[in-house]
Design a protein around this ligand. Sequence first.
Ligand code: ANZ
Ligand code: ZN
Length: 839
Amino acid sequence: MASRFNPQAVDSHWQKAWKDSQTFAADTSSAKPKSFVLEMFPYPSGRIHMGHVRNYTMGDVLARYRRMTGHEVLHPMGWDAFGMPAENAAMEKKVHPGEWTRANIAAMRSQLKRLGFALDWTRELATCEPDYYGQEQALFLDLFAAGLVYRKESAVNWDPVDMTVLANEQVIDGKGWRSGAMVERRKLSQWFLKITDFADDLLAGLDELDQWPEKVRLMQENWIGKSRGLRFRFTLNEPITGQSQLQVFTTRPDTIFGASFVAVAPDHPLAEAVASKDSAAADFIAQCQAGGTSAADIESAEKLGFDTGLKAAHPFQAEWELPVYIANFVLMDYGTGAVFGVPAHDQRDLDFARKYGLPVRRVVADGDETDPDYAGDEAFSGDGPLVNSRFLDGMDVESAKSAVITRAEEEGWGEGTTEWRLRDWGVSRQRYWGTPIPIIHCEDCGPIGVPKDQLPIVLPDDIDFETPGNPLDRHPTWSKIDCPECGKAARRETDTLDTFVDSSWYFIRFASQPDDQPFDKAEAEAWLPVGQYIGGVEHAILHLLYARFVTRALNRIGRLDVKEPFAGLFTQGMVTHETYQMADGSWLSPDEVQRDGADWVRIEGGEPVKTGRIEKMSKSKKNVVDPDPIVDQYGADAVRWFMLSDSPPERDLEWSENGIEGAWRFMQRLWRLIDSDSEASGEDATLDRKLHQTIAGVSEDIEALSFNKAVAKIYELTNAIEKADPSASRDTAVHTLVRLVAPMAPHLAEQAWQDMGESGMIADADWPDADPALLVEDEVTIAVQINGKLRDTVSAAKGAPKADLEALALGSDKVQRQLDGATPKKIIVVPDRLVNIVA
Ligand code: ANZ
Ligand code: ZN
């Protein structure tokens, strides 16, 4: 056995051995209990980064541990391969999105393979391949047939120069990212999935997800946003297009006596009616259409209004008239598209009221402050007793809400409602690199689903990326098709699906991937739900919600019995690194700098370098460390070890040269220890106990994903073995230690296992069992008190008789010094705990 661990030789040897024997291929027909371990699949951007390495290492440790504890494990990998970066690359580098994506996948796959992950590569999938997205089209058609897909007009970001629809992230400060033109809001007919049908169930289901972080459940709850509200009607002073009532929606009916205006959305029928007679109103509405469609764009835009001259009568006092505005911050597709404004208690309304000189009336007391005229510039949205509100005075906000709803219902001018923040999921994207929506538009038959025997609808390859806009729309022939029902010339849908659709069912396809359907029910259910899902907290809302929705939708149409896709969820912290900056503010990467005493300098040129904050690795700050050269230098196991050892997995991990070197040194220490296998005889009871406590502790820590704690226990055991004299116990401890580190440092463990003469691969070996008899401490610490004050502690055998403990306590030097010759009056002994001497 070589005395130095040489990962350059060992890593690739074992990676090949695992591959040749298909060690990690999951067998659905296995009788063992099944365990589905999944990390969020990566977007093929081109390179694996340290965040991936950390994420996949955690999942890998769990997957390998589960195998060793007798489970049949499914641990797959694939690629979330559609999306805009590929189209941007096509435009910038003149390379086809498919070519760019597939090259990236190849590069990242070989990077991942070098880390020795226990992955079932036979199930690898990429969402951009027809064998995946064709099955997604089949699922879409099933949901369409079940009435869970519909079409409606909805606003998009329109770039008037590039003549194209922009995604929200392509709108920067209200301007198109390429053209720099002011973006307009336009209406387009788009496809929606009925996630709101499941709002109640998605909310209720959160209660049962007890292996999810509380924080993520809360984020989902807020996103779904169930609230109680009131819809009610204001009577207008003059009817407009025959309507004398205007319906509004509020979640704060308690504030009704603080109302100072009513406002409608620019695309509300009332606004349109006013505009048809008043060109100033029409101009104002046109002005509102500029700017992005995202909630953030609307939130940050200046609050603008147009006074229609109409008046609305207060529901509790008809002579109290409120002006009716058209306002840019009111959205047509929320509530009723009309609101009443309460400036003292809503910041938006306050900004608006200050701008247009409207009254600001306080109706909820803020501590001692009850003055009806509010002069400040911060709205108070907290709780407090109602004031200046007639019959509501003195009530808290909740009771006042109920009181107003009750009155509205009794008097017939409004109804209490349950409102959801959750909207239906708009899945149409006017882009090329995505799943084509399998719909055909016929003038006579309307939109109809593509017959399933025509799937997959494959993306055309001959695409021109020179002109902006949706290439599918411009393609000369692709969209031309005859109507499958009447045979008339018709047109294919040229929108593609939001890439979140691709990632909302990939875990099912991992579990079962037949050629002729999206998945086989029984086979998928053999694995689902995913036992442990691991990924970044940036996906805590949308991805997880969409996956939960799609699973429920498949359940409703009878394709699956499970409803929740992920039983356990873990969100890991980020990998961070110090940043380095030159005097002129430009960033330097870690390999461009070096230490000079206590300072840092640029390697080339020697200029002084300022070290900046520790931040998430990012290209813009150049503080990225590429895994490849690190693996070259230290081997996969040291990298994996460092990823696990330094911080709790939910916290950020700071990448450091010292850290990786420490991990490397520990690999060498382990190796030397294994090399010291002595074939000695004799027992070492202390070491036996330490070993079994470590087995129990490491098992518990891995189950809880507390990898850093498991690592700390392995360090302790290693120290204990190093200090112990040769014995049979010591040899057992070394052999067992190899099994304990196998999930974390699998290459070293395989090599050691073989060199120690064990048979088979350690990946297939059993996890060691902890002997319960050795887990009990048989030494206890006894507190020795004099007159109730702690004076000393002594160790004694567990269960030692009272007389022995008394003798031990009196034998203590400290106790004798304190007693100073006095005879104790009484001695109280609590077995295994304490001795109190009364003097
Ligand atoms: C009066 C009021 C007083 C309101 C107050 C808030 C605070 P959430 O809770 O997020 O659901 N609103 C209603 N429909 C709207 C629309 N289409 N566009 C913009 N704003 C709209 O928000 C509900 C509140 O948002 C409603 O309650 C309404 O303003 C406003 F102190 O009514 B509130
Ligand atoms: Zn037709």
